[in-house]
Ligand binder design. Sequence first.
Ligand code: NDP
Length: 248
Amino acid sequence: MLLTFENRVALVTGAGRGIGRAIALSLAKEGVEVICVSRSDKSCGAVAQEILAAGGKAEHLAIDVADAKAVAEAGAALLAKHAHIDILVNNAGITKDGMLLRMSDEAWDEVLKTNLTGAFNWVKALGYGMARKRWGRIVNITSVVGLMGNAGQANYAASKAGLIGFSKSVAREFASRSITCNAVAPGFISTDMTSVLNEEQTKAVLEKVPLKRLGSPDDIANVVTYLCSEQASYITGQVFTVDGGMVM
Ligand code: NDP
């Protein structure tokens, strides 16, 4: 199937590495102009540069998605510059793992603020513009851990489960303006985030994955790109698990 994107501009958070980078490159390949966001100027700048070098359209913005004021100001400035930002992919995420009884308040707050409040901040910043244009695509990157829970990841699982409820609520609130909002739940994907797993841990993970491999960032980007296309206009409020069959 040929996907169509009509003069679309996208903002992808966490675009500097891993899954976000793959999403930014995939959208750019479809002709979408991509605003690459990450914490460090260096990482999102390199991805924007990669897109430009391939003949695409991109810019970058180093910002902490958890900083509500900075996001609101950046959103207003971007909308003044672009007139429309049609696609928002909330992908930025962090882990600060630990068993619950030993988890610091800071580890809890930071993960919730980045993974969940970060998405809220960006929908608030860009949602009004999409509503005015009566077209929009919002994709939030959650995790299978948000569906299943995980020992040692109470903060991360809560943030990712929260993103699912958030996505469904946004889907309902914005549906009358032809804006869809879906969540994609990756399983174990080869990125910096999972590079901390040692050989034994990777083996234990693969035992739970029927397709017997870790996913690639492109496995996630393919689904996200589809959900952002014209063709996905009748899909909203859904959670797409992309995990090699781990959760059935
Ligand atoms: P990486 O750790 O490889 O990359 C994370 C990206 O998010 C980086 O570009 C980073 O910026 C950016 N980021 C982190 N915190 C902030 C912040 N506060 N403000 C702005 N940008 C931020 O992660 P992955 O690619 O592995 O994961 C991407 C998403 O997918 C995350 O939400 C993650 O929870 C989710 N996920 C990943 C899975 C996996 O197996 N990898 C499984 C399930 C879900 P910088 O480059 O500047 O550091």
